[in-house]
Write a protein that binds this ligand. Structure first.
Ligand code: DOR
Ligand code: ZN
Length: 366
């Protein structure tokens, strides 16, 4: 039935959105997006997963929590070269790098990083906070000298914002990190640009919103689409287990409100984090949701649930580039309203990866 069919074309800043059929968008053309928080791993797994991100995104900020971690500029550039080698020559995907901060990172590494256009900053993992964070920072005071240099040289600090204190409930670890660590950091280093990676709580949203423009946050698709019931109600679903852990619905609502508000402090970072199936489906499964194969479609689904598809382009394709002071991508991509089923399992070499939403139907397709 095409009774109510009509076409509205919206032009804004190079974006062309087409609205059809009963006011629903069937097709969305946006500037090519970037993923400002991505885990690709290395070796066979990286060679298998990188194509999913390269199909959708123009650039990605690659996380350094390998074993051993990427702590030096030369390691990051070698890793970047391996990622590029894994892609067909025709691909224009650009991996950008973040270095892993440790208690003993030398200031000379910060200076070298600032001189390299492919290194955007340093990742602060509180030691023990998440996957492969053991060599992270044990006490933020130990890296004050590094942060001072980063502030002076205008490098960005990417932060995994959770305390590791075993007395703090896992659902409160982001909130307590903000109170104990982040607020003092912003006071001590007022010009240091920081990204609260994968923000998951209302308190995190409020903190970012009320901070100066030096403070921003990435938001994942899974934290926008799911709450802790998806992880725990009716059975433990290990593929929904990530860190920071999925929170209650009020926090999910705060995230949805933040990303659809048009506030440039909130931008796209998938935190897509592949693990071999056996490491997830285990008595002590590791944290990480592998969302790369359907990442953009998942964001579209979340924005559509708020009637805010028109806000997707800025969040996905503009605000992150602006924060990192990089040019916005020029190419356009098209998302279609077309249901498709994610595979039950992805095979690489002899191993398996289970994507989040495996076997489920996704309403948007690139
Ligand atoms: O869920 C997560 N997985 N959170 C992180 O911070 C790290 C990531 C990983 O590397 O698997
Ligand atoms: Zn991550």
């Amino acid at each position: 039935m095409r009774l109510f069919k009509f076409l509205i074309m919206l032009h804004h800043g190079g974006c062309l959105a087409i609205l059809t059929e009963r006011f629903l968008m069937d097709s969305l053309i946006i500037r090519r997006p970037d993923d400002w928080h991505l885990h690709l791993r290395d070796g066979a797994m990286m060679r298998h997963v990188v194509k999913y991100s390269a199909e959708q995104f123009g650039r990605a900020l690659i996380m350094p929590n390998l074993r051993p971690p990427i702590t030096r500029v030369d390691q990051a550039l070698d890793y970047q070269a391996r990622i590029l080698e894994a892609l067909p020559a025709s691909t224009s995907f650009q991996p950008l790098m973040s270095l892993y901060l440790t208690d003993t990172t030398p200031v000379s590494e910060v200076i070298a990083a600032a001189e390299n256009p492919f290194i955007l900053g340093f990742k602060l993992y509180p030691s023990g906070a998440t996957t492969n964070s053991e060599e992270g920072v044990t006490d933020i005071e130990k890296i004050y000298g590094l942060l001072e240099t980063m502030e002076r040289l205008d490098l960005v600090l990417q932060i995994h914002g959770e305390v590791t204190d075993p007395d703090i409930d896992i659902f409160d670890r982001e909130k307590v990190f903000i109170e104990r660590e982040l607020i003092p950091l912003t006071e001590r280093f007022p010009a240091l640009r920081m990204v609260l990676e994968h923000v998951t709580t209302r308190e995190g949203v409020d903190f970012v919103r009320s901070s100066p423009d030096t403070i921003a946050a990435t938001v994942t698709a899974h934290h926008l689409l799911y709450n802790r019931n998806h992880l725990l109600a009716g059975g433990v679903r290990p593929h929904y287990y990530c860190l920071p852990v999925l929170k209650r619905q009020i926090h999910r609502q705060a995230l949805l409100q933040a990303v659809t508000s048009g506030n440039p402090k909130f931008f796209l970072g998938t935190d897509s984090a592949p693990h071999p199936r056996g490491s997830k489906e285990s008595a002590c499964g590791c944290a990480g949701c592998f969302t790369a194969p359907a990442a953009l479609a998942m964001y579209a689904q979340a924005f559509e649930s708020q009637g805010a598809l028109s806000k997707l382009e800025d969040f996905a394709s503009s605000f992150g580039a602006d924060f990192y002071r990089l040019p916005r991508n020029q190419a356009l991509i098209t998302l279609q309203r077309e249901s498709w089923k994610l595979p039950d399992v992805l095979l690489y070499d002899d191993a398996e990866i289970i994507p989040l939403n495996a076997g489920e139907t996704i309403p948007w397709k690139l």
